[in-house]
Structures are given as structure tokens and as C-alpha cells.
Design a protein around this ligand. Structure first.
Ligand SMILES: NC(=O)c1ccc[n+]([C@@H]2O[C@H](COP(=O)([O-])OP(=O)(O)OC[C@H]3O[C@@H](n4cnc5c(N)ncnc54)[C@H](OP(=O)(O)O)[C@@H]3O)[C@@H](O)[C@H]2O)c1
Length: 293
């Protein structure tokens, strides 16, 4: 077991990187509460982790954008396990849409998912952690904003926000026994949204993009690493990720240049156009079925 941590709540555990994070924590002997909206998939992940590791795993279907659902989630998990020692704010995502096409409601929903929910869950769990003098908040962020990843304005604002949130939280509560870390992810392969998009569109990753991709298991290892070492921030990227991040801050023009040169800008435009077509087809079929009623 890592330190004295006995339980963890992992959001976004129904697919992508989340199940790998959950499994890695279970392998350290930590009991788990898993949250996401898709109940059957979530329970499937829970069952496979129970079978493989023997730890207790509770699946709690939850939409993290719903504030009342977050309170209910925390109550359910605390009733079952008594306490939550580790919170992994992993649920997140981006609609892959050009910013000028967003509606105000869509923008708010993305902010709720990627920023408000992690802050609110932390706010709900913090008093218990402080009382027990034990807790670790782990936030999953992204290099998106640093490298100006195309068409991620809202998502990147949230993910950069999570980095600032983690730094201040860590500074304010470490003396109370509650610490915080953030993992800043580059492109992730094998599982998760990047891998799924490329598969869905039947597209290869541009060669240079591939060179900057890390396997999804690296994120799970990173979560275990920050719990063991209490590192404030780690960058999940092949090679010297921290150096890349520092370079992007020193020379902000490098990101767009790199994206253009590597074919990522053109590829992300294709993705945004593909998503727009999907939305238009979905809207048309909604109108058609409304007209038939
Ligand atoms: N994959 C990458 O290349 C990459 C790069 C940088 C950062 N990240 C970050 O890594 C984290 C995991 O990403 P991923 O690639 O594994 O994404 P993913 O495959 O799309 O999985 C996202 C997870 O979040 C859950 N989720 C989405 N909306 C939710 C909601 N409203 N309420 C509750 N759960 C919700 C999803 O479950 P349901 O749909 O069942 O709710 C799913 O379990 C995210 O924070 C993402 O921003 C990923």
C-alpha cells in the first residue's frame, strides 16, 4: 500500500486512461470508488479489477457536471469506505470543435467537466482529509494550452486552470497533511480520446506526432509515482517533457510552428470538420424525427 492510503476515488473510469489508473492503484492494494456516466462499462471495469486484484471496487454512475450528483457520489463512497484518501480527477474531454462554432451552453458544459467538477470534488473531500491529516489530490491536466494544440481553446483554459489550482492547493494544505499533484499529459496512445479519434477516422498519426506520444500505461504509472514520491508536477511526454514545457513557455510561438510542421494542425482541422459533419447529421435526424411526430 502507498503510504497509509487505503481508498481512492477515480473519475472517468469507464473507458480510456481511467481504467488503467484504477487498475494501477488496485495493484497497490488501494480500494476503489469509480465514477463515470456509463453504468455498464463502469461496472465492467470494476468487476475486472475486483477479479484481478481482490480489492474492493465500488462503481458509482455519476455525471460530474451535476453538482448534486457529486455530493451524492461523495456521500455514497464515504458511507461505503468511511474515508477517501486519494482523489484522481481524471474525467475530462474536449468536443474537438472550432471555438467560433461553440454555443455558450456547450462552453459551460466543457468547463463544468474539465474544471468545475475537479474543484468541487476536491472542495467536498478536503474537510475529511484535513481532519484525518491524510489525503492526496491528483489532477490530470494537459499540454494542450502550452503547445497551442489546435481547436482546444476552452479545454486548454480548463487544463491550465487545473495546474494553477493544484499549485495553490498544495501550498495551502500541505502542512495539514493533504497534498496535491498534477500530471500534465502530452499526446497519449493505446487508449483514450486521441487513440479513439484516429481509429474512428481511420487515420494514421503524423510521424512527428507519433514521436511525441506516450502509451496510456505511462499515465497510470505516473499517478502511482506522484503518490509515492509526492512530486508536485510531472509531464507525461517522451523525452524531457519538462524541458519541452519550459521551452513552450519561453518561446510561445514554437507550439503553433511545431503543430504546422508536424501536420498536427491540418490533421486537427480534419477532425474538427469530421465532428461538425457528425453534429449536422445528428441535428438533421433529430429534426426529421420531430417532424414525423
Ligand atoms: N488521451 C489523450 O491524449 C489525453 C491528452 C491529454 C490529457 N488527457 C486527459 O486525460 C484524461 C482522460 O482522458 P481519456 O483520453 O482517457 O478520455 P476518454 O477516453 O474520453 O475518457 C473520458 C472519461 O471521462 C468520463 N466522462 C466524460 N464526461 C463525463 C461526465 N460528464 N461525467 C462523468 N464522467 C465523464 C468518460 O466516461 P462516460 O462517458 O462514461 O461518462 C470516460 O470514462 C482527461 O482528463 C483528458 O483531458 C488525455
Amino acid at each position: 500500500m502507498i503510504k497509509q492510503y487505503q481508498t481512492a476515488l477515480v473519475t472517468g473510469a469507464s473507458r480510456g486512461i481511467g481504467p488503467l489508473i484504477a487498475k494501477a492503484l488496485a495493484q497497490e492494494g488501494i480500494n476503489l470508488a469509480l465514477a463515470a456516466r456509463s453504468a455498464p462499462e463502469l461496472e465492467q471495469v470494476a468487476a475486472s479489477i475486483r477479479a484481478a486484484t481482490g480489492v474492493q471496487v465500488l462503481s458509482v454512475p455519476t455525471d460530474v457536471r451535476d453538482r448534486e450528483a457529486l455530493s451524492a457520489l461523495v456521500s455514497t463512497v464515504e458511507r461505503t469506505f468511511g474515508a477517501i484518501d486519494v482523489l484522481v480527477n481524471n474525467a475530462g474531454g474536449d468536443p474537438q470543435r472550432e471555438f467560433h462554432n461553440y454555443t455558450a451552453d456547450e462552453m459551460e458544459a466543457i468547463i463544468q467537466l474539465n474544471l468545475t467538477a475537479p474543484l468541487e470534488l476536491t472542495r467536498l473531500l478536503l474537510p475529511g482529509m484535513i481532519a484525518r491529516k491524510r489525503g492526496h489530490i491528483v489532477n490530470i491536466s494537459s499540454m494542450g494550452g502550452r503547445i497551442s494544440f489546435p481547436h482546444t481553446e476552452v479545454y486548454s483554459a480548463c487544463k491550465d486552470g487545473l495546474i494553477g489550482f493544484t499549485r495553490v492547493l498544495r501550498a495551502d494544505y500541505q502542512a495539514s497533511g493533504v497534498t496535491s499533484s498534477v500530471l500534465i499529459l502530452g499526446s497519449i496512445g493505446g487508449a483514450g480520446t486521441t487513440a479513439r479519434t484516429l481509429q474512428e477516422m481511420n487515420l494514421p498519426m503524423p510521424a512527428m506526432g507519433k514521436a511525441f506520444m506516450s502509451p496510456a500505461e505511462t499515465v497510470a504509472k505516473g499517478v502511482v509515482k506522484v503518490l509515492k514520491t509526492d512530486k508536485p508536477e510531472i509531464v507525461i511526454m517522451p523525452g524531457p517533457g519538462r524541458l519541452m514545457r519550459a521551452l513552450m513557455d519561453l518561446f510561445p510561438g514554437m507550439g503553433p510552428g511545431m503543430n504546422r510542421g508536424s501536420g498536427v494542425t491540418a490533421r486537427m482541422k480534419e477532425v474538427a470538420d469530421f465532428r461538425e459533419q457528425q453534429r449536422q447529421s445528428a441535428d438533421m435526424s433529430t429534426h426529421r424525427s420531430a417532424g414525423q411526430r
